[in-house]
Design a protein around this ligand. Structure first.
Ligand SMILES: Cc1ncc(COP(=O)(O)O)c(C=O)c1O
Length: 378
């Protein structure tokens, strides 16, 4: 379990943080103070909003009931800590993986140097650009099942690299991060004193139940949410796992971004998390069936290759180099009502990403449409 020493000096748990000075090192000292001291209390002159409406008034207004859990924030942290074999100090809830990733970049990589895998989920390079960081790419190699190309990783690293960012399972290919690649990346991070962001939002689709990479090294921070593999996108329940000092920094930075999450959503997530593993079995089995169907279709179709994903419901269909994936996606949409994501969004122009958890006959029709478009372009 990643641990680290408590930094010297006062913390918000101190009994009398009377002045701004106690929280002075935080990005937003006021919010640190407010989170410590402002809560409903008969003698509090500090609260800036009404206390929560009572349950009967909410019901009258047609609103959902209050969460029914006294402290959903800590309930969710505990449920996640239990699930991953970590302590609550290793966990920070977030509003989906998007918010989690943003916080990691904002806190650890702003105006620094970032190494991002390619193909990549586009926010990973774009976040760096928006936060004034320079970006270099580490190539994943299609000829080796989308494993990292060690030379490319080495070329991308700099002594001042602040963050190495990747996904596991990989978006867009669904490839599992190879254990030796993880070791390579940890070694590179330790050498350059960089942090590693591993976006594990698709990891729960993996039929191989692996521990989170956050357990591997205190340089690794993982992000995740219930929005993909769990069918609970409406909760926007995400989280970050990492060493306590990193989690503390992210939490403090979050005061400026999203200082409190919706309690009802956190409470639902806290109730769900202990049951997550059991519910995933069915999803994984269905995903495996659909993967086999697409794989069969790829084998029987000229001009298409893929590496079947190790898990999950998406994969990258790669075409011959002269075929423009944007054009394929546009024709699929216009002529067949079939949506596929242009590979150019993942820096692979002659490809499209497909998510294949459709009803079986719909999936066959959609794949037939791809074959027909490729025929037109031949
Ligand atoms: C790799 C990856 N990370 C994060 C997200 C966004 O996740 P969330 O909806 O939990 O913000 C996505 C969505 O497609 C994704 O593919």
């Amino acid at each position: 379990m990643p641990t680290d020493e408590t930094p010297a000096g006062k913390t918000p748990a101190d009994p009398h943080p009377a002045s701004r000075a106690v929280f002075g090192g935080a990005p937003l000292p006021y919010m640190r103070w407010a989170k410590r001291w402002l809560m409903p209390d008969p003698l509090s002159l500090g609260l800036s909003g009404l206390p929560p409406l009572p349950a009967d008034q909410r019901e009258e207004l047609g609103l959902s009931a209050p969460s029914g859990i006294g402290d959903p924030w800590n309930a969710l942290k505990s449920a996640l800590a239990e699930r991953y074999g970590l302590g609550p100090e290793n966990v920070l809830p977030a509003a989906g993986t998007s918010h989690a990733n943003f916080l990691v970049y904002l806190t650890l990589a702003r105006q620094g140097h970032v190494v991002v895998e390619t193909p990549a989920y586009e926010p990973l390079p774009c976040l760096a650009a928006q936060l004034g960081a320079s970006v270099a790419t580490a190539r994943r190699d299609p000829e080796r099942g989308w494993r990292f190309d060690p030379d490319s990783l080495e070329r991308a690293l700099r002594p001042e690299t602040a963050l190495i960012a990747l996904t596991d399972l990989h978006n867009p290919t669904g490839a599992r991060l190879h254990a030796e690649d993880l070791e390579l990346i940890v070694e590179a991070a330790e050498r350059t004193r960089a942090y590693v962001l591993i976006d594990e939002v698709y990891a729960d689709f993996d039929p191989l139940d692996r521990p989170t990479s956050a357990l591997r090294s205190r340089r690794i921070v993982t992000t995740n949410s219930l929005t993909k593999a769990h069918g609970l996108p409406d909760l926007r329940a995400g989280y970050i796992l990492g060493a306590p000092s990193v989690i503390r920094s992210l939490d403090e930075m979050n005061d400026l971004v999203h200082p409190s999450l919706p309690p009802t959503a956190m409470a639902d997530a806290a109730r769900y998390v202990p049951r997550a593993r059991a519910l995933l079995e069915r999803t994984r089995a269905l995903a495996a069936e659909r993967t086999a169907l697409v794989d069969e279709w790829v084998s029987a179709t000229d001009g298409v290759r893929w590496t079947p994903p190790d898990g999950g419901i998406t994969g990258l269909l790669c075409f011959e180099e002269h075929v423009d994936g944007d054009e394929v996606a546009a024709r699929l949409g216009d002529a067949h009502g079939v949506r596929a994501v242009p590979g150019s969004f993942f820096q692979v122009p002659s490809a499209v990403r497909v998510s294949f958890l459709l009803r079986e006959d719909d999936l066959r029709r959609a794949l037939d449409a791809i074959a027909s478009v490729l025929g037109e372009l031949r």
